[in-house]
Write a protein that binds this ligand. Structure first.
Ligand code: KIV
Length: 264
């Protein structure tokens, strides 16, 4: 097991695991200084490509964005979402997970659970591919958004699903949109860390889509905390630039390339 994963596991019951998404070097480089896990999520479908759901994201898309993100990562664990359909059976999953790992040099892949596909995790882990699981609202398999784990029966079923994923060898598991009671119950009954999104503070760690928390995506459900309104800040800068170009205030004599260092 690679050291970065051992470090994540050691945080269970000790310190919170901080995770965010990145699809490019620029963002990954900033996140890398602070977070434990960077996920190249298939949320890029909505955030970057304007799709209604995550289904149209391809292996090529995730590989290209991960190669970019990887350039900004020195210390965090880099996890890549396997796109819908890329792990539909054992053979396809192994071929595509190996392709992602080889082409991007990422540390692990993430697979959404459809309640039956834990054998795929088992197979990948046996082939030395670290896997993060994902239960609750899994956008690749569920159309309708709903909070899960609102009854004892549903919570027990979710725990059972999580236990199968843990037994299959996943090193951690995302809990998306579970009730606080279910998140707490699952977190205390698993040995591997749980990473929550919209699932309360009872998880071992938290993840958000970076563009959402930066106020850039236009998608702000209640579980997203907008830490800054970047859209407004960027707009202000663009407006200023536009005005300056139009009135000949930019560029000035100071903006010539002569003597300036090229960016690395
Ligand atoms: O695609 C993604 O960004 C995700 C997170 C929301 C967990 O799967």
């Amino acid at each position: 097991m690679i050291n970065k994963i051992k470090k994540i596991l050691s945080k269970k019951n000790n310190s919170k695991i901080v995770c965010l998404t990145a699809y490019s070097k620029t963002i990954a480089k900033i996140l890398d200084k602070y977070v434990d896990i960077i996920l190249v999520g298939d949320s890029m479908a909505n955030v970057l490509y304007g799709h209604k759901n995550t289904h149209q994201i391809t292996l090529k898309n995730v590989i290209e964005h991960t190669r970019s993100a990887k350039m900004g990562v020195k210390k965090s664990l880099l996890v890549v979402d396997m796109p819908k359909g890329s792990y539909k059976n054992l053979k396809t999953a192994e071929k595509n997970a190996k392709l992602i790992m080889n082409k991007t040099k990422c540390d692990a892949v993430k697979i959404e659970s459809n309640k039956k596909n834990y054998r795929i995790i088992e197979k990948l882990v046996k082939k030395n591919i670290p896997v993060m699981g994902h239960i609750g609202f899994t956008p690749q398999f569920k159309k309708k958004f709903k909070i899960e784990g609102l009854t004892i029966l549903e919570t027990k079923k979710l725990l059972n699903e999580a236990k199968l994923i843990e037994k299959a060898g996943a090193f951690s598991i995302v809990l998306e949109c579970l009730s606080p009671t279910a998140a707490k119950f699952i977190t205390t009954n698993l040995r591997i860390p749980t990473i929550g999104i919209g699932s309360s503070a009872f998880c071992d760690g938290q993840i958000l889509v970076t563009d959402d928390m930066l106020g850039l995506s236009g998608f702000y459900p209640k579980f997203v905390k907008k830490y800054v309104n970047l859209e407004r800040i960027i707009e202000k800068a663009i407006k200023k630039y536009t005005r300056e170009v139009k009135v000949n205030k930019f560029p000035t004599i100071n903006n010539f390339l002569n003597g300036t260092k090229r960016r690395k």
